[in-house]
Design a protein around this ligand. Structure first.
Ligand code: XIL
Length: 313
């Protein structure tokens, strides 16, 4: 049978999955086998976050991330870097800094060190993740150590990443921005401003953590993706998972989940997206395992959603 990777390659899109250190667990060889066989790009689920790589100021710990990158490269898989700036993965030590010059110095040091370290091994970076808040009017997030970094820190983050690797493709990444809504309007305004100021941003990542009740059509997802595309930006679906309702893995629920995956792939292809990445491999490996949101089940069998994705490619 053809694999997801083969089908995606024929359409000129990368299909990927987030992976974690279970990849190296000999007790679960099916995990690594499935990733190597089915996917063309991997993202380290937590392995390249700030507190993982620089949990102590000035001490960069690259061993596990390097091993995962080497594992992927040996099998011909590309790597998406995730993520340089995210409030949720900021290390405790960053909170000691209260002034813009201090926070920006720490950001510049982190971004430069990490992007330089991985160099050409990481082709895509989520430079800034989730800075647009869910508060009314969607201002930039206040509960973040980066809030102290001054008004131009987002521009600067992209500029520092670009300086460290001019070949890397740089993304702004966020959730609940798939459809036309107030939050996607705010992200649209943000990236439009970045472009107007000549900031090196190349694309937008749409996380796409949704449920099987999500409707590509009713959410206005096509029109939304298209407006970003019309800015000249690349589109990627970066963290796709589609949770089942509480009634669980009934045939009807699995079919509805498959339909959402089919529509998401269709939307992605319709804007010539460059990647479609699921946030995990098999259901138990998901951060939302209760919702059984992925393409492979507990035993690595292909779910109806798998068939829907390969059929839509
Ligand atoms: C999640 C991981 O899946 C969890 O294992 C971790 O505990 C928290 O982060 N948006 C993102 C991802 O950009 O980095 C998050 O990943 C999920 C939401």
């Amino acid at each position: 049978a053809p694999t997801l990777k083969q089908a995606a390659q024929a359409r000129g899109v990368l299909i990927g999955a987030a992976v974690n250190s279970a990849l190296f667990d000999d007790l679960d060889p099916d995990y690594a086998d499935t990733v190597a066989r089915e996917f063309g790009v991997v993202v380290l689920e937590n392995g390249m976050k700030w507190k993982t790589l620089q949990g102590t100021q000035g001490e960069f710990v690259y061993g596990l991330a390097d091993a995962t990158v080497a594992w992927a490269q040996q099998r011909g898989l590309a790597v998406r870097g995730h993520t340089l700036i995210w409030h949720d993965s900021a290390p405790a030590w960053l909170y000691q800094f209260k002034t813009a010059p201090e926070v920006q110095a720490a950001m510049k040091s982190h971004i430069t060190n990490v992007v330089t370290h991985f160099g050409s091994r990481v082709k895509y970076w989520d430079v800034v993740n989730e800075v647009v808040s869910d508060a009314p009017g969607h201002p930039l997030r206040a509960n973040s150590p980066f809030a102290a970094a001054g008004p131009d820190y987002i521009d600067q983050a992209f500029r520092w990443a670009h300086a460290a690797n001019p070949q890397a493709r740089l993304y702004y990444n966020d959730y609940n921005t798939e459809g036309l809504n107030g939050k996607s309007d705010a992200v649209y305004a943000l990236v439009k401003g970045l472009l107007a100021r000549g900031v090196p941003i190349h694309g937008v990542g749409f996380q796409t953590h949704v449920s099987s009740a999500f409707s590509v059509k009713d959410s206005g997802m096509l029109a939304n993706l298209k407006r970003f595309r019309d800015l000249g930006l690349d589109i990627q679906m970066t963290e796709v998972d589609v949770t089942l309702p509480a009634s669980g893995a009934t045939p009807a629920n699995l079919a509805r989940q498959a339909q959402v995956y089919r529509d998401l792939v269709g939307a992605c292809l319709s804007v010539k997206c460059s990647a479609f990445v699921t946030w995990g491999v098999n259901d138990p490996s998901s951060w939302r395992a209760g919702g059984k949101p992925l393409l492979f089940d507990d035993l690595y069998a292909k779910k109806p959603a798998y068939g829907a994705v390969i059929g839509a490619l």
